[in-house]
Design a protein around this ligand. Sequence first.
Ligand code: AMP
Length: 193
Amino acid sequence: MFNLILFGPPGCGKGTQSTNIIERYQLQHISTGDLLRHEVSNETTLGVEAKKYMDQGLLVPDEVVIGMISSKIDETPNTRGFIFDGFPRTKAQAEALDKLLDFKAAPIQLVLSLEVPEDELVRRIVERGITSGRSDDNEEVISKRIREYYEKTAPVASYYDSLGKLVRLVGNGTIEATFELIKKEIEQYLLPA
Ligand code: AMP
């Protein structure tokens, strides 16, 4: 099994590049943002609770997100591997993920961090907001989401760096150029499906 984390601030291109990666390597995509939005649109108890945080640009509590990931991993027994997108976002989530994957004897092999300057992130999210219909893709909430990223999520990079798993990639070129960089890294571990 090959398990990969796509890491980086909101608007860095994680969603777009996940689509490219899934198609080429046939990995199972787990996006906590997508899973949460699904719960919100179905108005589940979890969704109603999570929406309060999401609408303010704040992180949803760790235990909620970790529980969701745990069920998703259990639902997918036979896979080439997982691509985690938007997770882990705190050190507690990273440690919980390590424990969950320990059970499968399939640790995270690679963490790709897409690095994009802040003004470019805001520009991209505002543009995406025109068509995404996401209630958190507006200028006021975006700045809070980016602040949450630098305060709570950026330290997760150091955690994986200390384990020798982090690779930082320039993420503000074209989608194709960034995907070329990603392919080079992944193909040191895994060939296309
Ligand atoms: P995203 O689509 O990944 O940008 O996530 C949208 C929103 O969902 C975030 O601003 C958070 O409120 C929430 N969210 C997504 N993933 C996580 C996570 N791993 N931990 C906590 N909150 C999350």
